[in-house]
Design a protein around this ligand. Structure first.
Ligand SMILES: *Cc1c(COP(=O)(O)O)cnc(C)c1O
Length: 221
């Protein structure tokens, strides 16, 4: 399946984040041995544990909702934080990045779905954030684009509409804040069920889990 996904992404030059959440290290290693180097996790402590257990040339992405008190666990090594949705979180990432003498790449997460449960900014709040004097002094974070999750639905037209909204948000921010900034270029959208549609709509980075690893089994703790 991995090769098929990569073949599908190739014409669009989009990157694949293999979402390995809930999957054990040996299963991740199997996919690694097929050539995949970018993996995504949505729990800070799981991510830290897997980072320690697995080869060091893996690029680890944090893809979920990150709590400020968990940033310190992943700050030493994380390559990209997809789900940044507040100034408070950016501030903490900046602080922890500085402690580790690094610059951490981040994506601003936008709320594009119908469901209320999904996190994310709206364009107005993002404008305020980017205009704020607090944001302007951060030296240890680099915003490289946007991320969003479409509604969980079989309605393709709706998902397509939501992807178009995120692309529109990206274009608006690019024009207003990042015009001459070549690194602000990423649009992280698309998962197992809709990654083909996502790249057609401008995604540069898809986050695919179950299609690569099989369905997730959640065990009650
Ligand atoms: C779990 C998850 C994915 C991958 O979902 P699949 O449907 O298994 O491909 C993508 N993005 C985020 C933020 C996730 O939490």
């Amino acid at each position: 399946m991995l090769q098929q996904i990569l073949t599908d992404l190739k014409p669009y030059n989009a990157q694949l984040v293999a979402v390995s959440k809930t999957k054990p290290a040996d299963h991740i290693l199997e996919i690694y041995e097929q050539g995949q180097r970018i993996f995504g996790e949505n729990k800070a402590l799981d991510l830290q544990e897997k980072y320690e257990a697995l080869p060091k040339d893996i690029e680890w992405h944090f893809i979920g909702h990150l709590q400020t008190n968990k940033v310190k666990y992943i700050a030493p090594f994380v390559s990209l934080v997809h789900g940044v949705d507040s100034l408070k979180l950016l501030k903490e990432i900046n602080k922890q990045a500085k402690k580790n003498e690094r610059v951490i790449d981040c994506l601003l997460q936008f709320h594009i779905a119908e469901e209320q449960t999904k996190f994310g900014l709206d364009l107005e709040t993002a404008n305020e954030l980017l205009n704020s004097s607090t944001f302007k002094i951060f030296q240890n974070i680099r915003l490289i684009g946007v991320m969003g999750m479409a509604t969980f639905t079989k309605d393709k037209a709706q998902v397509e509409r939501e992807f178009k909204i995120l692309k529109g948000i990206f274009d608006a921010l690019k024009a207003a804040f990042f015009k001459d900034n070549a690194v602000f270029k990423e649009i992280s959208m698309g998962m197992s069920g809709d990654y083909k549609l996502a790249v057609e709509e401008g995604s540069t980075m898809v986050r695919v889990g179950s299609l690569i690893f099989g369905n997730r089994v959640y065990v009650k703790k």
